[in-house]
Write a protein that binds this ligand. Structure first.
Ligand SMILES: Nc1nc2c(c(=O)[nH]1)N[C@H]1C(S)=C(S)[C@@H](COP(=O)(O)OP(=O)(O)OC[C@H]3O[C@@H](n4cnc5c(=O)[nH]c(N)nc54)[C@H](O)[C@@H]3O)O[C@H]1N2
Ligand SMILES: Nc1nc2c(c(=O)[nH]1)N[C@H]1C(S)=C(S)[C@@H](COP(=O)(O)OP(=O)(O)OC[C@H]3O[C@@H](n4cnc5c(=O)[nH]c(N)nc54)[C@H](O)[C@@H]3O)O[C@H]1N2
Ligand code: SF4
Ligand SMILES: [Mo]
Length: 705
């Protein structure tokens, strides 16, 4: 008998409601849920790939162990025993920090990892913690921690009420929005324009979002901090600063005036490639609009001055009176109160409490920059990493200088991957523990409630029951915890939280409790009776209650930013032997490194090409379709070119997440559409030293002729 299930797509941040029609253990159809209170029927082409993930003949169902003759299936009991032993032996022989964790992006979309997984990781004592945060949104979290006192108090653009949005280094039409959970971005931006509003895009590429914007300004990669500082200067110089309701709470406005005073628009024309008049017009436009907002994402964060850029975006929102105001940069009030829980459990975040062993880089909230993970595995000394637990990640393709990391992984004593695939990273593991995939588990968006442009909540029970031979992510952690707890290497306090969560019954019960005690006092029962979600209303002002700084004030300027401005100014004078700047791009039918095994998503036009401006192509006598070798300080790749004036002159663009030609993976479709890895070019040696974030955009490269 066919059955209809209402669920949520967990592949990206948009949290679209989906309808999954099934018969027995088969998926018949997946489509958008028109009754979903938030997404109202919107989905993108990736939703259908949930079926492909579920049915994929390459995915693992049971644990596998690497042997000299290949992968061998082993029982869960044997796998858990061996993995627990690997963790124990590594820490006993070489110290706690010899064991590392890497947590990849899908973990934030997985209820089991966000609840028991997080508690498990925190209960294993080690400072060698890494995650995809430091190739992504770390600068936003640092700014939230520094300015508002809580790393998860991140403002989101109130996209449905703003009348002037400046989008810096984001392409929501393709990414479907990031650090802004808003399904159906195209309609939302169109609605913004039809109510007379203005969309401005700042990007070195004329993206799909730029194409529908009122204005697009090309900018030289990595120079946004100059632009934003110049806008701050104009606001002060022309008396356009108006902090508004929060004025009495904000410290540092006068200092900000001084910090920006030397940076007028003329002084940044050359470095940014934007003319002074456009910069002035932008500042005036934002200041005079009724409900303006500055918003930035990957292009703003993952660049040489990502820390400063993310900070300046907040600074601007404060100076124009947009922070915490309708139509501005607002704070969500999630049904599971993550900021409140973070405060309660001492997880508001901290910065630079200790530094990485090899390169002296600052920790953030107990994590070290992933760009230095390979160093910590390769360089001898006390605390050298000898063992790795890699969870839901593919850092060989997703972090800078993948080849170096590969050689580091090959030299580890012990590695375990919790992942359904044998991919470029997990192939180095001794044991792979495959969890269930999205349709086989309950879903609740613990993280994205924080970033929603309209408060809402939805609990989606699993579409399929897991099979006896399968385990959920959280069950894997429970088994490992049970084994490790007996031998005693776990932190007692944190371990007891894990135990409590487990005894209550796992993730579903944890969410039930968090909902009841959350600001909307919801019950799990109510959510289970509301398969299309519960609307909790438009964003509301949250300050000052949401402020978590010790002195209960908003800090416009803090020490790390003050100091890093000197590095920014010094960069203007720098010479560089590489004439081109490499930036990334995303495709609608792709999701980081791991959906390329879905035939329906990869078929058609080849996605992994190098975009190059016609003038640059002419100067190297290159045409579309030619193959070129492109080199950076870290490595080189050979790739086909697409000549287009979409990119700024001097800029080339490659998507990331490709490069599936490495031997020993088990992703047959992806291997047929291998492409090259952008992260064979990105340089682990150069990072944004303020935040510890990797530089994935504006990478200096040259053509090898
Ligand atoms: N050059 C460049 N590099 C980039 C970026 C860029 O723009 N340019 N973007 C960066 C960004 S924003 C991100 S978020 C990172 C992503 O980097 P990563 O998180 O390291 O890599 P993913 O490609 O997301 O790989 C996800 C892995 O998780 C597995 N997986 C999927 N679902 C589950 C699950 O529920 N449980 C478990 N245990 N495993 C699961 C998949 O099989 C896959 O192996 O890449 C970053 N790297
Ligand atoms: N289809 C699809 N959707 C996705 C993903 C995916 O892989 N595919 N990944 C998901 C993930 S993990 C994330 S984090 C989000 C990311 O979401 P977004 O940040 O919206 O997506 P990107 O395409 O990385 O957009 C970055 C933009 O910055 C521009 N840029 C590069 N360098 C600079 C610079 O120096 N300055 C400025 N101003 N702009 C610059 C690039 O040209 C690009 O247009 O997308 C999510 N959604
Ligand atoms: S935009 Fe696409 S991938 Fe993202 S949640 Fe919606 S359907 Fe899934
Ligand atoms: Mo990301």
């Amino acid at each position: 008998m066919p059955q209809t299930h209402y669920s949520t797509c967990s592949l990206c941040e948009a949290t679209c409601g989906i309808v999954v029609e099934t018969e027995g253990r088969r998926v018949l159809k997946i489509y958008g849920d028109e009754n979903d209170v938030f997404s109202k029927g919107y989905i993108c082409p990736k939703a259908a790939a949930l079926q492909d993930l579920y049915e994929d003949p390459d995915r693992l169902w049971e644990p596998v162990k690497r042997t000299t003759t290949g992968w061998r299936t082993i029982s869960w009991e044997e796998a858990f025993d061996e993995v627990a032993k690997g963790i124990l032996v590594t820490q006993k022989a070489h110290g706690r920090d010899a064991l590392a964790f890497y947590l990849g992006n899908p973990s934030v979309h997985c209820l089991g990892i966000m609840t028991l997984g997080q508690l498990f990781i925190r209960s294993v004592r080690t400072r060698s913690r890494f995650s995809a945060t430091s190739v992504d949104q770390l600068p936003h979290m640092l700014a939230a921690q520094q300015m508002f006192g809580n790393q998860v108090r991140i403002p989101v653009p109130d996209i449905d009420r703003t009348d002037f949005i400046v989008i810096v280094g984001a392409n929501p039409l393709v990414s479907n929005g990031s650090v802004m959970t808003a399904p159906g971005m195209k309609s939302r931006l169109k609605a913004l324009k039809s109510r007379g509003g203005t969309v401005v895009v700042i990007d070195p590429r004329r993206t799909q979002t730029a194409a529908i914007a009122n204005e697009h300004h090309f900018i030289r990669p990595g120079t946004d901090a100059f632009l934003l500082l110049a806008i701050v200067q104009v606001l002060f110089a022309e008396n356009l600063v108006s902090v508004g309701r929060l004025e009495a709470l904000v410290d540092g406005v006068d200092e900000m005036r001084v910090l920006a005073s030397e940076t007028n628009p003329e002084s940044v024309e050359q470095v940014t490639g934007m003319d002074a008049e456009s910069i002035r017009a932008l500042a005036r436009g934002a200041a005079k609009a009724k409900r303006p907002v500055f918003y930035g994402r990957m292009g703003a964060c993952t660049q040489e001055f990502g820390g400063l850029t993310a900070w300046l975006l907040n600074v601007l929102n404060i100076l124009i009176g947009s922070l915490d105001e309708p139509g501005g940069a607002m704070f969500a009030n999630p049904a599971v109160d993550l900021p409140g829980l973070a405060s309660r459990f001492g997880l508001k975040g901290h910065y630079d409490r200790y530094r990485s062993r090899v390169r002296d880089l600052p920790e953030f909230s107990g994590e070290l920059p992933v760009a230095t993970m390979a160093d910590e595995m390769l360089v001898d000394g006390d605390g050298k990493i000898r063992g790795l637990v890699s969870i839901a990640g593919n850092p060989v393709l997703s972090t800078p200088n993948g080849p170096k990391l590969e050689s580091a992984l090959a030299g580890l004593d012990f590695m375990v991957a919790i992942d359904p695939y044998i991919n470029e990273t997990t192939r180095h593991a001794n044991i792979i523990l495959p969890p269930t995939t999205p349709l086989e588990r309950d879903h609740y968006d613990v993280v994205f409630g924080l970033l929603m442009v309209r408060n809402n909540a939805k609990y989606a029970p699993a579409v399929f029951e897991r099979q006896p031979e399968q385990r959920h992510d959280w069950e894997i952690f429970a088994e490992l915890w049970a084994r490790l707890q007996k031998s005693g290497p776990l932190s007692k306090a944190k371990s007891s939280l894990f135990k409590r969560a487990l005894l209550r019954g796992g993730p579903r019960a944890v969410i039930g409790m968090a909902l009841r005690t959350g600001p909307h006092k919801l019950s799990l029962r109510k959510l289970l009776k509301s398969p299309h979600g519960v609307d909790l209303g438009a964003l509301k002002s949250m300050m000052p209650a949401a402020l978590a700084t010790k002195d209960e004030r908003i800090h416009l300027v803090t020490d790390p930013y003050r100091k890093d401005l000197a590095r920014l100014h010094a960069s203007k004078e720098r010479e560089c032997e590489f004439p081109l700047r490499l930036i990334g791009r995303r495709h609608l039918r792709s999701n980081n490194s791991w959906l390329h095994n879905s035939e329906r998503l990869v078929k058609g036009k080849e996605g992994c090409t190098l975009l190059m401006h016609p003038d640059d192509a002419a100067s190297y006598s290159i045409s579309t379709g030619d193959e070129v070798t492109i080199a950076s300080a870290a490595g080189e790749v050979r790739v086909g070119v697409e000549v287009t004036d979409e990119v700024l002159r001097g800029v080339v663009s490659l998507p990331h997440g490709w490069g599936h030609s490495r031997s020993g993976t088990q992703t047959r479709t992806a291997e047929k559409h291998a492409g090259v890895s952008m992260n064979d070019l990105t340089n682990d040696a150069a990072i944004d030293v303020l935040s510890g974030n990797a530089i994935l955009n504006g990478v200096p490269v040259r053509l090898v002729t």
